[in-house]
Design a protein around this ligand. Structure first.
Ligand SMILES: Cc1ncc(C[n+]2csc(CCOP(=O)(O)OP(=O)(O)O)c2C)c(N)n1
Ligand SMILES: [Mg+2]
Length: 526
């Protein structure tokens, strides 16, 4: 449990003191929720956070929206003013359930202590069933103080929420028939494949019938990228092969995706595709929402693939795979190459991957650094690349990495952030030091809000505004290595391309929290 106390949750903290689970004190409520989120993404189990009312609760909102958008199971307990004071503008009163309407899957306001066990059980049920999401339990102070004999229920049964659903046999038959008929099929794997633990089933289908697989940003890791059928990431900043294949396909089977604009703008610009489009998702509201599909199946991706498997004929599709190979061989754009003497983003990411080894988990922040990680890491297994896909929340990486490190102490945990995003949640470095969590934070330091700078260069004739992270003579640019040392972590600065390899390898071996501040060519694009 990750959290931050205050007056309207202090009664609960009196019990946290003696609880049998580990409690981690964050340094900002947004950080606490990202930690719970990172824990959940790394394991598939719900993350839990606890905050006080008013500003503690509102500080948590960005974290909630970030988890919820990406379908991450999370439960947040927030303190609230006593029931009798709700609506009186009491000290540290915020209408949490009202604010949460658009940022969570569901939120509860508990009105008596007798409701607590049932509400907690329902919150975890909702967070983890159907499409996972963030759930809030808002607990007024007087309810925290009251006594109850109520017990934790054995089963949860909700009158209005029955998310379990399965494909009909006619849907399964039609999907199998279309897969068997298709000449140019493509699977599009999203975060739902990882959430459903269906990566190996996707790989099996791809192998059996020679079907290329593209992934969304959230789906990275759902297929081993060294496989000849793996196309890499689709959509904006995606690979040529993934986008070309999705456009040329005569059948696209989208698994656990929600068709965000980052995919549709490139691959489904008219809201449909050239061939047949099948959408499999556990969330009924996502079907026919952003694209019009020929077949929509509301089902658990893993269950569906298991059912369809026996009806799909083994097949070789040499002609289609050779076209795919041609697209994959096309040289990548040269935007990532850096000028003489500067460190190229690709070199940083590839050096990090080499130094971290196989047993590593990367958390990417948001901006160019995120896209460079998406593009240049070789994603090979699920839950090893965490990033804020839907919200694109700067500041996500470090706290989420701390949560992931607590969940997976067996892995090397590397957070990659830009110099902008790193400054949004750097305070959580204190948690890594105090709790002895050996995360590595790599700051890809280009001195600017690079992603926005790139947009201004490409779409606004180079009219740059509000993107330089420094004042006159570079004032205001923190020395991240010194900042790390101020927190008690190891701090390293790398600005010489020739020293990149050795510096990163050495920093990676430390068993303490480390910040590696790497100078990145400020003009490099993603
Ligand atoms: C909280 C938040 N505020 C603003 C943005 C908009 N935004 C997206 S990328 C970006 C620039 C990020 O800069 P930096 O962290 O230095 O990463 P870089 O692009 O330079 O790698 C901004 C401002 C955002 N995604 N999240
Ligand atoms: Mg930057």
């Amino acid at each position: 449990m990750f959290g931050y106390p205050g007056g309207n949750i202090v009664d609960v903290f009196d019990c946290v003191r003696t609880a049998k689970f580990r409690f981690v004190l964050g340094r900002h409520e947004q950080g606490c929720v990202h930690m719970a989120d990172g824990y959940a993404r790394a394991t598939g189990r719900p993350g839990v956070a606890i905050v006080t009312s008013g500003p503690g609760a509102t500080n948590a909102i960005t974290g909630l929206a970030t988890a919820n958008m990406d379908g991450v199971p999370l439960v947040l307990v927030s303190g609230q003013v006593p029931l009798s004071q709700i609506g009186t503008d009491a000290f540290q009163e915020a209408d949490m359930t009202g604010i949460c309407r658009a940022a969570t899957k569901h939120s509860f306001l508990v009105k008596s202590a007798d409701e607590i066990p049932e509400t907690v059980a329902e919150a975890f049920y909702i967070a983890t069933h159907g499409k996972p999401g963030a759930v809030v339990i808002d607990v007024p102070r007087n309810v925290q103080e009251a006594m109850t004999a109520a017990r934790y229920p054995e089963r949860v049964s909700l009158r209005a929420y029955h998310p379990e659903s399965a494909a009909t046999s006619s849907q399964v038959n039609r999907l199998a028939k279309w897969l068997n008929e298709a000449k140019r099929p493509v699977l599009l794997a999203g975060g739902g494949v990882i959430a459903a633990n269906a990566s190996s089933d996707v790989a099996a289908l791809s192998r059996k019938a020679d079907i290329p697989v593209a992934t969304t940003l959230m789906g990275l890791g759902s297929i081993e990228e060294s496989d000849e059928r793996a196309l890499g990431m689709a959509g904006l900043y995606g690979t040529h092969a993934a986008n070309a294949a999705l456009v040329a396909a005569d059948l696209v089977v989208a698994l656990g995706v929600r068709f965000s604009d980052r995919i549709t703008d490139r691959c489904f610009p008219k809201g449909t595709c050239r061939g047949r489009l099948v959408h499999v998702d556990c969330d009924p509201s996502s079907i026919d929402k952003n694209v019009t599909v020929d077949l929509g199946i509301v089902a658990d991706v893993k269950d569906l693939l298991a059912t369809v498997d026996s009806r799909v004929k083994p097949r070789r599709r040499a002609a289609w795979l050779s076209r795919v190979a041609g697209w994959k061989a096309r040289p990548a754009p040269t935007d990532h190459l850096s000028r003489k003497g500067a460190i190229a983003p690709r070199d940083i990411v590839e050096t990090l991957a080499r130094a971290a080894g196989e047993d590593a988990l990367f958390v990417a922040d948001v901006g160019q650094n995120q896209m460079w990680c998406a593009q240049y890491l070789r994603h090979s297994s699920p839950r090893r690349f965490l990033t804020s896909g839907g919200m694109g929340t700067m500041g996500f990486a470090l706290p989420a990495a701390i949560g992931a490190a607590i969940a997976r102490p067996d892995l090397k945990i590397v957070a990659v952030a830009g110099d902008g995003g790193a400054q949004m949640t750097i305070e959580e470095l204190a948690v890594a030091v105090a709790e002895r969590i050996p995360v590595v934070l790599v700051v890809m330091d280009n001195g600017c809000l690079g992603m926005v700078r790139q947009m201004q260069d490409e779409s606004f004739g180079g009219r740059r505004c509000a993107v330089k992270l420094a004042g006159h003579g570079d004032t205001g640019r923190p020395d991240f290595a010194k900042l790390a040392r101020a927190y008690g972590a190891i701090g390293v600065r790398v600005d010489n391309p020739a020293k990149l390899d050795a510096a990163i390898a050495k920093a990676m071996r430390a068993r303490k929290p480390v910040v590696i501040d790497v100078a990145v060519d400020p003009e490099a694009n993603a």
